[in-house]
Structures are given as structure tokens and as C-alpha cells.
Design a protein around this ligand. Structure first.
Ligand code: BGC
Length: 753
């Protein structure tokens, strides 16, 4: 009896402990455990095949998790300006969902033109909320490739020519997106500064230029912004493709910058298994494999980091150290995104999102010229308004490549102008010219029929007639998102405006002196008519609220405060990549037909070095059409005399400059105080000055505020190639503060000991 009882209780004890064991949450799912411990636990439970599966796509935009362990798959999405519509599992065609339309935010050039870090955070948070609601885990953006030439078809997706401005603007965007439990994928790392030959070129750039100009935004994105992923580029550097590049990924990103996140390939940027394994890539997307099914369907097993990798491991040719490192990084990402139980739920098209899009548009628009203050438009004197130009009626959110969107709505400039001015004035439209009548990208249709069979003369005559009979003429033109304009995959063919627009603008300028040109573009353009046109507005691609943002500025409801994030040269040859560097590649190689395919890549040498954008114009005294940092307001500002808290500093000191800015006009507005540093005498060649601080200040009429900038030796340093480090050379420097790179209002000298 006793024996039986003991046995029974022993049995109960054993089964209870077995029960307790089955009820115990495994460490990888236990939220009370530190993430690194959970990662290691998950890793220890995975089979070799499960690990390999995580390293490559399973569809156009997703990669597997670990189904057996309940670790979810990752869903990625383009792009920088809004959440891309759903495509089919295996094809680029539309999936045909009816619940995937979203708000389009202004293009990144416009965001950058706000020079307002707060706007960048608002942008990131709102976009991240939409991505989250659409159940995305990784947003493929933002893009921070530096603006080297105005011909680059993808400049509209980037943040301009200055590494400092881009670095400061990209960080809050990343933080805003990631506050939703959605990762950013800052792209395209690195040196993808043109679209022509993007798959078939090798960039040759010296270390100083690489570190001073092209790398800083990426470094800021991962070290300050903590972007959880980064996307490799298509082009080659040191004759190795960027997405599997030892120098960029292992040495710089994961070595020097100690990056712990995930390196994602660009879509189809991988072409070598061993390099992909060894050189720092973590997950491969979009490959067009040469497997049996030739990359059309179900070719995922043929990806470079799929079966070929598995075979190498099984045959003992490569070990599993790299494999475990890659999987570890992906698991870490999972705990921040897919397995993060604390992330918010997100939302789409809230009133707040619309307001964010509109406000960024208003703050990003740049008033380039306003002779005779003909803007804002005086409603009392303006009974008849002529709106002329195709971009007043053209949908711009469809097209341009992977950043193309399917929007809930897009307010066109003509509609925005009618809505704002229509009550007081008669608003009439004339086309003026025919540009691109297309309106489809990957099966998303703009729904517009823009065909017009009239001759250029007929169109022009109609426009001029209307202009003559109106009180005010607004021309809305520029570029668009069709091939060879502002669009991925190709570069622009020339610097001038396309489709006879120069002639139309000149004729309109003669017909009516109350004339404003609004340019919708993501790039600088030539303006041979600039002397005859009293007022010019840089309107960018502004997304869902485009027309409303533009109307706000034209009416004066919003006071323009945008500043150019890149220089507008007078002519293409004034740009340094065209004057000094190679574009679209080495001339002799170009003539020999290089660049046609990956077997015959073309070299592109960045001979202009660090002299990119205003660094070139300033140093060589080449007057631009409009300079970096330029942008007017409807009010006026006065800068006081700059003061410094010391005039001499050591390598460990900080120095603070202060300046007062006063609104001396009659309208509330915002000014951007810009700090440039100039090295008075240096042992190496340096740009005349470089941006090292900026602050946007909002001021009521008569109001004055003090702005201060604190810098340390990093703002004075150049990259020393021999030392492979930053060096601040003792000597005299000058702090120059103004409201544009060509409008310095106050200077102050100081010395570094
Ligand atoms: C582009 C990337 C994009 C990817 C996925 C590539 O062609 O370069 O920017 O994120 O496609 O659409």
C-alpha cells in the first residue's frame, strides 16, 4: 500500500514536472529574457536548411522566417515617399488588391528642402504608420546618395548635394519610421550616383572624397539613426559589386562603423555566391538567377545565397561562421519588427497624415525669384488667372520606378489653384505643350487620358491668347516621372527643360508681366529665360497634397521657407562632374562600347573629388543660377553680428557661435540660419566653405531670436588619406553665417591650437 502511494506520488511529481516543462515558454519567445539570449536560443534550434532559407527572398518582396518555430516572414516594401502597392508573389504585376492605396508624401528632395529636422521626423512617423498598417516590416528607403550631376534620373529620391544636410535630415526620418516597429533600409550603399550604367559600372573615387562626401549620410543613418537595415547598391567599387563588397560592407560598415544591423541587397544586385557569403551581405532579394526556371518563377532556390550556399557548406568548402552571423542579425531584426509585441498598430490616410504631407510640401517649396514681389498673388487685383502647362494637370505619383505609388488621392496643381482662387477669380487652363501622355507604372494607372493631337503652334497660340487676356499667369511645368526624366533606370539626356517649354515660357513672359513659373521636378534645370521671368518657384514632387501646398504658397497662406538642397548651375558644364569628372563614364571606354553588360563594365572616375555642388562653385568662383541654400520669403530677415564664446580652441574644446535673426517684414515666416566653416589656410586643398550647422527659426513680424551653433573639431576636419583618419589642422578658421551659401551675412574668425 505504502509502496503504491509512493509510486503514485512519484508519478504525479514526474508528470507535473513534465507538464511544467511543456508549459515553459522557450527562451526565444520569452519576452522577459534579454534579446541577445533569445537570438542565441532561436539560432540553436534552427536547422541548416532553415538558416539558409532566411538569407534570401521567397517572393518579390518577402523573405522567410522560420515557420516551424513561429518566427514570422519579413515583408519589405518600397519606398521612400509612400508605401508601394502590392505586387504578385512572383511577378512585378499588380496583385490587384483594392485596399493598398495610401498617402503620398513629398519626394525626399522636397523634404530636404525644408531644412527642418522636425518635418523629417513627422514624415518618418507618418509614413511608418502607413507601412505598419499595411503589415510591412522593412521600408526600402530613405535614399541618401549624393547629388553629383543634375542628369541623375533618381535625384528626386535623394536629399541633395551636401553630406551634412543629408546626414542631419535622414536621422529623424529613420527614427520616425522605426518608432512604429518598421525598419528602414537606407539606400543605396554606396556610390550609386547615376542611373545610366548602374548595373555595369565601376566607380573610381579617392578615399578622401569617399569619406568626406559620399559616406557621411550612410554613417549618420546607421550610427546616429540606428537604421536597422541598409541596402547595398548595384554599381561596383574597386571592381566589386556594392551589395557584396568587402571594402564597403565588411571593412567600413561592419568594421569601422561596427554596424550590427542587416545588409539587404538591392533587387538583383547579387551575382556571386562566395562574395555574398564572405563580404558582408546578409539577405538577398530580387535576383534574376540563371537556374532552371531562369528567374521567372520559383527560382528562389537558385539564389546565390540559397542552394549554392547550402551545397558549399555541405561539401565542407565553407564553414558556418558567416551563416550564423547573418542569421543572428536577421533574428535581431525580427525582435525589433515582426516579433515586437509592443509596436503600435499604425494607420492610413488619417487627417494628420494629410496635414503632414501638406505642411512638408509648403515648407519644402522654394521661392527662387520674386522680382517686384509679384507673389503672393494679390486676390483683390486678380480676377482672371491663367494656369498653363502640362504639369498643372498631370498625375506625378505614378511613374519614376520603384518609388511609384497608388494613392488615395493626388491634388493636382490646377485643382489646388482652383480650390484656393476659384471663389474670387476665374481660373482658366491651357495646356501650352504636350509632354508625356503616359500614366502607368507596373499596372497602376493614373486614370488620365492626356492625349492631345494639336500642333505645338496651336497649343502655344492658345496659351499666349489666354495669357494676354488674364490678370495673372501661372505656368506649371518642369520634368515628370517618365523615362529619361526624373525616373529610375535611366538618366536625363540633357539639362534643359523638355517639350518646347523654354519657348512657351518665353512667349508667356512677353504676353503678361504678372507671371510666375512653377517647376515640378526633382532636379535642377537650365533657365535660359530667367531674365524675362519675374517669379520662379521650385515646386518638387509633392505627393497627395501637391496642389494644395502649391496653392498655399502662391496665395500667401503659407510663407515660403524652403531652401535649395542642391545647386542649380547655369549650364551643365558648370557642374563639377561634367567639368572635371567622368560622366556617364570614361570617354574612351564609352566609345569602345563598354558598360553594355556586366562582362564589359565601364569605369566612372570622380575626378572632381570633394568639389561637388557648391563646394565646386564657391571654390572655383563659378556663379550658379541659384545656389545651394538659396530660398526667398514674403517677409525680410536681418542677421545680427555673429559672436563666439571663445576665439581660440584646442582639439578637445567646443566653440559656440550665436547670431540674432529678426523678422523685419510684415508677415510671419521662417528663416534658415546656415553655418559654414572655412579653413583659412590648409596644407591640403579644401573647399571655400562647408555647411556645418543649420537651424530653421519661425518669427512673427518684428520678432527676434538668438540662434546658436556649437561645433567641435569634427566640423574643422578633413579626411587624411595617409592616416586614414580625420584631421583638424591647427590654424585659422572662419565661421560664416547666412541664409544661403551665396549670402553670408556675418563672419567670425577663430583659431584651432
Ligand atoms: C531599386 C531599389 C528598390 C528595389 C525594390 C531596385 O531596382 O534600386 O531602390 O528598393 O528595386 O523595388
Amino acid at each position: 500500500m505504502l509502496k503504491k502511494t509512493v509510486l503514485l506520488s512519484l508519478f504525479t511529481l514526474i508528470s507535473a514536472s513534465a507538464m511544467a516543462q511543456t508549459n515553459t515558454t522557450p527562451v526565444y519567445l520569452d519576452e522577459s529574457k534579454p534579446v541577445e539570449q533569445r537570438v542565441q536560443d532561436a539560432l540553436s534550434r534552427m536547422t541548416l536548411e532553415e538558416k539558409i532559407a532566411m538569407l534570401h527572398a521567397q517572393s518579390k518582396f518577402s523573405s522567410p522566417g522560420v515557420p516551424r518555430l513561429g518566427i514570422p516572414e519579413f515583408w519589405t516594401t518600397d519606398g521612400p515617399h509612400g508605401v508601394r502597392p502590392e505586387v504578385m508573389w512572383d511577378e512585378w504585376d499588380q496583385a490587384g488588391w483594392t485596399n493598398d492605396s495610401i498617402i503620398a508624401y513629398p519626394a525626399l528632395t522636397a523634404l530636404s528642402a525644408t531644412w527642418n529636422k522636425k518635418m523629417s521626423w513627422n514624415y518618418g512617423r507618418a509614413l511608418g504608420e502607413e507601412a505598419r498598417y499595411r503589415k510591412k516590416d522593412i521600408l526600402l528607403g530613405p535614399g541618401v546618395n549624393i547629388y553629383r550631376t543634375p542628369l541623375n534620373g533618381r535625384n528626386f529620391e535623394y536629399m541633395g548635394e551636401d553630406p551634412y544636410l543629408t546626414s542631419k535630415m535622414v536621422v529623424p526620418y529613420i527614427q520616425g519610421v522605426q518608432s512604429n516597429g518598421v525598419a528602414t533600409s537606407v539606400k543605396h550603399f554606396a556610390l550609386n550616383n547615376q542611373e545610366m550604367f548602374r548595373h555595369t559600372s565601376n566607380v573610381i573615387v579617392d578615399d578622401r572624397t569617399l569619406y568626406e562626401i559620399y559616406l557621411p549620410p550612410f554613417k549618420a543613418a546607421v550610427t546616429e539613426g540606428d537604421s536597422w537595415t541598409i541596402m547595398g547598391a548595384y554599381d561596383m567599387y574597386k571592381n566589386q559589386y556594392a551589395s557584396q563588397n568587402k571594402f564597403l560592407l565588411n571593412d567600413i560598415l561592419k568594421g569601422e562603423w561596427k554596424y550590427k544591423g542587416v545588409v539587404v541587397s538591392d533587387w538583383g544586385a547579387v551575382n556571386n555566391t562566395e562574395q555574398a557569403i564572405q563580404n558582408g551581405l546578409d539577405v538577398e532579394f530580387g535576383s534574376w538567377t540563371n537556374g532552371l526556371s531562369a528567374g521567372t518563377r520559383n527560382a528562389y532556390d537558385n539564389y546565390y545565397l540559397a542552394k549554392p550556399y547550402l551545397d558549399l557548406i555541405k561539401s565542407g568548402k565553407v564553414g558556418t561562421v558567416e551563416l550564423d552571423d547573418k542569421v543572428t542579425r536577421l533574428l535581431r531584426l525580427a525582435y525589433k519588427t515582426t516579433m515586437n509585441t509592443k509596436k503600435p498598430f499604425g494607420n492610413i490616410a488619417s487627417e494628420e497624415h494629410k496635414a503632414v504631407a501638406k505642411e512638408i510640401g509648403e515648407e519644402g517649396i522654394v521661392l527662387l525669384k520674386n522680382q517686384g514681389n509679384i507673389l503672393p498673388i494679390d486676390l483683390n487685383k486678380t480676377k482672371k488667372i491663367a494656369v498653363i502647362g502640362e504639369n498643372a494637370i498631370k498625375v506625378m505619383t505614378v511613374g519614376g520606378g520603384s518609388s511609384s505609388l497608388k494613392v488615395k488621392y493626388e491634388t493636382l496643381p490646377l485643382d489646388g489653384i482652383k480650390a484656393r482662387f476659384g471663389k474670387n477669380s476665374d481660373v482658366q487652363f491651357a495646356r501650352g505643350y504636350v509632354g508625356d501622355v503616359g500614366g502607368e507604372y507596373n499596372g497602376v494607372k493614373s486614370g488620365q487620358d492626356l492625349k492631345d493631337n494639336r500642333s505645338p503652334e496651336e497649343l502655344l497660340n492658345e496659351a499666349v491668347e489666354l495669357a494676354k487676356n488674364s490678370d495673372y499667369v501661372i505656368f506649371v511645368g518642369g520634368l515628370n516621372k517618365s523615362d529619361f526624366q526624373d525616373s529610375e533606370g535611366n538618366d536625363r539626356k540633357s539639362y534643359g527643360l523638355p517639350y518646347n517649354q523654354d519657348n512657351v515660357i518665353s512667349a508667356l513672359a512677353k504676353a503678361n508681366k504678372n507671371f510666375t513659373v512653377v517647376l515640378v521636378s526633382g532636379n535642377a534645370v537650365a533657365m535660359p529665360w530667367i531674365k524675362d521671368v519675374p517669379s520662379v518657384v521650385q515646386g518638387w514632387y509633392l505627393g497627395s497634397e501637391a496642389g494644395n501646398s502649391i496653392a498655399s504658397i502662391l496665395s500667401g497662406d503659407a510663407n515660403p521657407s524652403g531652401k535649395l538642397p542642391f545647386t542649380f548651375p547655369v549650364k551643365l558644364e558648370d557642374n563639377s562632374a561634367h567639368a572635371m569628372g567622368e560622366y556617364p563614364g570614361n570617354k574612351e571606354e564609352l566609345a569602345a562600347g563598354k558598360g553594355k553588360d556586366q562582362k564589359n563594365p565601364i569605369n566612372i572616375k570622380y575626378n572632381e573629388g570633394i568639389f561637388v555642388g557648391y563646394r565646386w562653385h564657391d571654390t572655383k568662383k563659378i556663379k550658379p543660377l541659384f545656389s545651394f541654400g538659396h530660398g526667398l520669403s514674403y517677409t525680410t530677415f536681418e542677421f545680427g553680428k555673429a559672436k563666439a564664446d571663445r576665439i581660440s580652441m584646442t582639439q578637445n574644446d567646443k566653440i559656440t557661435f550665436t547670431v540674432t535673426v529678426k523678422n523685419t517684414g510684415k508677415k510671419a515666416g521662417a528663416e534658415v540660419a546656415q553655418l559654414y566653416i572655412s579653413d583659412v589656410k590648409s596644407s591640403v586643398e579644401r573647399p571655400a566653405k562647408e555647411l556645418k550647422g543649420f537651424e530653421k527659426i519661425f518669427l512673427n513680424p518684428g520678432e527676434q531670436k538668438e540662434v546658436s551653433f556649437t561645433i567641435d573639431k569634427t566640423a574643422l576636419s578633413y579626411f587624411d588619406i595617409q592616416k586614414h583618419d580625420w584631421v583638424a589642422e591647427p590654424g585659422d578658421f572662419e565661421a560664416q553665417i547666412g541664409n544661403s551659401s551665396d549670402a553670408i551675412k556675418t563672419k567670425i574668425k577663430f583659431t584651432l591650437k
